[in-house]
Ligand binder design. Sequence first.
Ligand SMILES: [Zn+2]
Length: 242
Amino acid sequence: MKTCIAALLLLVCGICFSQARPAGKPGHPAAYPTQGQLRAAIESAATLASAERLEVEIVDARKAGMTQPLLAAKLDLATATCRIFYNTKPEDGLTQYFETIAADDLPVLLTAMAVHEVAHCIEYREAYVHKRFDKVLPPGFRSESMTVQGYMGALKNGRLQTWGEALADIASVLYLKQAAPEHWLKLAAGVAGMRHELARKWPEHDTSPWLYRVIAADANLPRNQSLFEAAFQQRWRYRPGG
Ligand SMILES: [Zn+2]
């Protein structure tokens, strides 16, 4: 049963970051990230995860027989470990996206993408391990009568997809503010703009209604609050129509 659940937790986040259209190339564009850059980004995100007592395992996606573009995450329920898979095989679309990124911005952006993956693991741990459904469900769900099976069903039919991506993207934006306080706004606006631009094609990934509000509120992290806890709170506070 646990294996079955874990299999369902596989997240494919390629389109999270891979389908942006080129919007003008910077003077020194980034190249497609190397294995070293991807591993370094995941290691940085793993430091944030360890503050949440979440262990991260870094896995070469191709060696694991997976074809995800760039990054994906899976929570292993047997060990409560977050496996983050990276893929170094360049893909069309993704290559073009990196050409729009300044080389200097690549490390912080890659780490923000890894933080996005960690946030997915944390959300699934809250649901499957801690059963804190009040924390992970959007409005319209009755958390007091929710079960693991019910949560799995809602995930499977897509009803939680935008809600889950919103948490992960908010965590990314909060990270950018912390890690690059001088120019986080440009980077965060880039993520929000990409989501908005792709809304017609992938409406379920359009987290821009949250992100614009988080950015407008200055993506602040309350003192003594973890980045991921802040993301949970801001997902609720800045929800569309909220
Ligand atoms: Zn995602």
